[in-house]
Design a protein around this ligand. Structure first.
Ligand SMILES: Nc1ncnc2c1ncn2[C@@H]1O[C@H](COP(=O)(O)OP(=O)(O)OP(=O)(O)O)[C@@H](O)[C@H]1O
Ligand SMILES: [Mg+2]
Length: 347
């Protein structure tokens, strides 16, 4: 079975074709035949974030090109199903993918499965089917979301906690902007933090950022105070220090550690409370090697199984949409009128 996935929820135009490898009607695994992402990051860099109407225009331009690349060497008439992200995301962007999916589905007479982008981030971990993981706690950490979700099985979720203000990825992006680093901020901060060589006791600047809400007995997050703390520290330094590589490296290291400390502490806490078997990560921030490494250790110490998608399936991609469409193939429909963008779609 071949599934074409489409995602235009934010600033990446993503199309993928996956093949479902099944044995006696039971899923074994998925083979990713193509997974094309056309990033608009450079275009949005000057705004320090995504500019929705610019993103919409780019999706419109990019979709046919990305489709051509994603289906190169693949007989389009052999595709069995289309999955498309309907939300959450930027509404004008979502519509671009949805309308493209509808036109294509009409042309080749296929059904469409509407896909939830956050669930797709989680299901990026299910490229190999593994059903012995549940119940699980999922931490979705992306540009727009920081959510703790109880997962009883594929398709059954309960939101346990989420950010009250900025998402973790958004916090990285805004702090990178303060520090004069590239957009998106997550990879830029990751790179600078990796260069940091000092021991804390030899710290030149003695930067100590807050770990917001870490000891509160709830499972919500808040990252906007962290951004403000960085801004105050940055403003208190001389122009020479602000530009120095030592300051940038020490600051990025501390920012990264503050975010990781909060994410790990809250996630392990909720996993213990709900007595789950597994902790599942998803979303762009999970692409951070340091986050992965520290989560792995924390999960081993607390005896939880632990899943993180490969790096290219953490940030936005359409292979995860194809996988989600497969697991929800019972929702496939020809009733295209009912497939609409929902910017605030909940899990
Ligand atoms: N190596 C990394 N370390 C930390 N953060 C990262 C890394 N790579 C990417 N990010 C962050 O991930 C975010 C993008 O993730 P993703 O593509 O899942 O978000 P989105 O689709 O924009 O938001 P959402 O999924 O909530 O709609 C950005 O904020 C980016 O800074
Ligand atoms: Mg995303």
């Amino acid at each position: 079975m071949l599934i074409l996935g489409i995602d235009t929820s934010c600033d990446d135009t993503c199309i993928s074709v996956i093949e479902v490898k099944s044995q006696k009607s039971k899923v074994k695994s998925f083979k990713i035949l193509s997974n094309i992402t056309s990033s608009q990051a450079k275009l949005h860099a000057k705004y320090g974030g995504v500019y929705p109407f610019l993103a919409k225009r780019e999706h419109q331009k990019n979709l046919p090109v990305v489709f051509k690349k994603a289906t190169k060497g693949i007989d389009v008439s052999e595709i069995d199903l289309i999955g498309v992200t309907i939300g959450p995301g930027l509404e004008p962007c979502l519509w671009q993918g949805i309308n493209f999916a509808k036109d294509l589905a009409k042309k080749i007479n296929l059904k469409i499965v509407p896909v939830n982008h956050i669930e797709a981030h989680i299901l990026a971990n299910f490229i190999e089917e593994n059903l012995k993981l549940f119940p699980a706690i999922c931490l979705v950490v992306s540009g727009g979301h920081t959510q703790l979700i109880l997962m009883k099985k594929i398709g059954e979720y309960k939101l346990i906690g989420e950010t009250r203000d900025d998402a973790a990825g958004e916090c990285f992006d805004k702090i990178a902007r303060i520090l004069g680093l590239d957009y998106p901020g997550g990879p830029a901060i990751d790179e600078q933090a990796r260069r940091w060589k000092f021991e804390i006791r030899n710290s030149k600047f003695e930067i100590k950022l807050p770990r917001p809400m870490i000891s509160q007995k709830n499972y919500d997050f808040s990252f906007s105070g962290l951004k403000t703390a960085v801004l105050y520290d940055f403003r208190s330094r001389s122009p020479k220090v602000r530009k120095s590589k030592e300051y940038i490296q020490e600051m990025t290291k501390e920012v990264q550690q503050a975010i990781i400390d909060v994410l790990i502490s809250k996630t392990i806490g909720v996993a213990k409370e709900f007595r789950v078997k597994t902790i599942i990560l998803g979303g762009g921030v999970a692409a951070s090697q340091e986050l992965k490494k520290q989560f792995k250790t924390a999960c081993l110490n607390s005896k939880f199984k632990h899943l993180v998608p490969p790096k290219n399936l953490c940030t936005d991609n359409a292979a995860m949409v194809g996988v989600a469409a497969f697991y929800h193939r019972d929702k496939a429909t020809f009733d295209f009128e009912k497939i609409e963008a929902n910017a605030n779609l909940k899990i």
